[in-house]
Ligand binder design. Structure first.
Ligand code: MG
Length: 367
């Protein structure tokens, strides 16, 4: 099944809460998402999506997705969309790095593979474990009281896992963690995600000050080495995110015992094919995972659902339902959160049907 045409659509996704804030004063109010469409000579169409968390989170930006696809796309016309290992090999040969550019193309080809096989993507990725899986809710950086209030509200909506955006003034961050922890009930999980925002001395003060609290510490500092220093001075469970973007650093982290949990974001690894390699490796190594993406709307959420639902429960930590954070829906058939949990579609491929009236005309067509 040969790739005949690649198109990209640009969609704006405003945030339901108005804005999303994290370390260092970084904030987004409207996300710029790229939806990728791949048409084949077999008359099947596949869909993918890439949505960076602004231009200042990872080395990725929204216009870069489109520019990258314009560069890479011509090398993929005529390639077999269903041979995903070979297709990724071709993408890496034609464009070095730029993992996030490749993610939407790879995702669309998983959608095609499922449609061609008549199977949901989660079945092809390993199988559906259980009825559904647990989601976490990211709590945008605000005052300690406001964040505690948000956690209380989202808890009433069914979430039991919360990821606090800290990485600000360490003294306020200590208050944030304490205020939120006071809201929690047995069985809840709390993660304090500094998103690289602390220096080592700040992080060491925070972990000591919250030593009596059951909280995971996520990506305290910018570099792997700084995070490892903090890790070696705390007994809190430890999560790495921004610095884990490929199998080599994952293996290094495992050898150093640098983390207990990693966040595998689909576009950070370059698509579902590579994210799945990392996921299955982590499962073998005993490292738990949050399975997600940098951001996205309905199509990314559908992909996350298949990726998460096919992860063994022992290795699974949490996943994200980005479509509930934004006000614009781009596809029908996307899974919706129920009581803090979600399940992948049982339809072939990703199981979604894009809303063409929302997507509008493509901003880029390669054929
Ligand atoms: Mg994180």
């Amino acid at each position: 099944m040969k790739i005949r045409r690649i198109a990209a659509y640009r969609v704006e996704l405003p945030l339901r809460e108005g804005s999303y804030k994290w370390s260092g004063g970084k904030a987004v109010t409207v996300f710029d998402s790229t939806i990728v469409r791949i048409d084949t000579d077999g008359d099947l169409t596949g869909w993918g999506e890439v949505c960076p968390l602004g231009p200042f989170y990872l080395p990725a930006y929204a216009n870069g997705v489109r520019a990258g696809i314009a560069e890479l796309g011509p090398h993929l016309i005529g390639e077999n969309a269903l041979e995903l290992g070979k297709l990724n090999h071709r993408m890496d040969a034609a464009l070095k790095g730029h993992a996030y550019v490749k993610s939407g193309i790879d995702m669309a080809c998983w959608d095609l593979l499922g449609k061609a096989a008549g199977l949901p993507a989660c079945v092809l990725m390993g199988g559906r474990f259980g009825d559904d899986f647990a989601l976490y809710r990211a709590i945008s950086q605000e005052s300690p009281e406001a964040m505690a209030g948000r956690v209380g509200g989202y808890r009433r909506e069914g979430y039991r896992r919360f990821q606090l955006k800290v990485g600000g003034d360490p003294d306020v961050d200590i208050e944030r963690i304490r205020a939120v922890a006071a809201q929690l009930q047995p069985g809840d999980r709390l993660v304090a995600d500094a998103n690289t925002g602390w220096r080592m001395h700040d992080a060491l003060r925070v972990v000591r000050a919250v030593r009596d609290i059951d909280v995971y510490i996520e990506q305290p500092c910018l570099s792997y080495e700084e995070c490892l220093t903090v890790r070696r001075h705390t007994d809190h469970p430890f999560v790495l995110d921004e610095v884990i973007d490929a199998v080599d650093v994952l293996l290094r982290g495992h050898a150093d015992r640098a983390m207990d949990v990693v966040n595998i974001k689909i576009s950070k690894f370059g698509g579902l094919t590579k994210a799945r390699q990392a996921r299955d490796l982590c499962a073998c190594l005993g490292v738990a995972m949050t399975l997600e993406d940098s951001w996205g709307g309905d199509i990314v959420t559908a992909a996350i659902a298949h990726f998460a639902h096919s992860c063994s429960p022992e290795a699974f930590f949490s996943a994200t339902d980005f479509n509930s954070y934004v006000t614009v829906s781009t596809a029908d058939g996307t899974p919706q959160r129920t009581n803090g949990r979600m399940a992948a579609s049982t339809l072939p491929g990703l199981g979604i049907t894009p809303k063409m009236e929302v997507l509008g005309k493509p901003v880029l067509v390669i054929e």
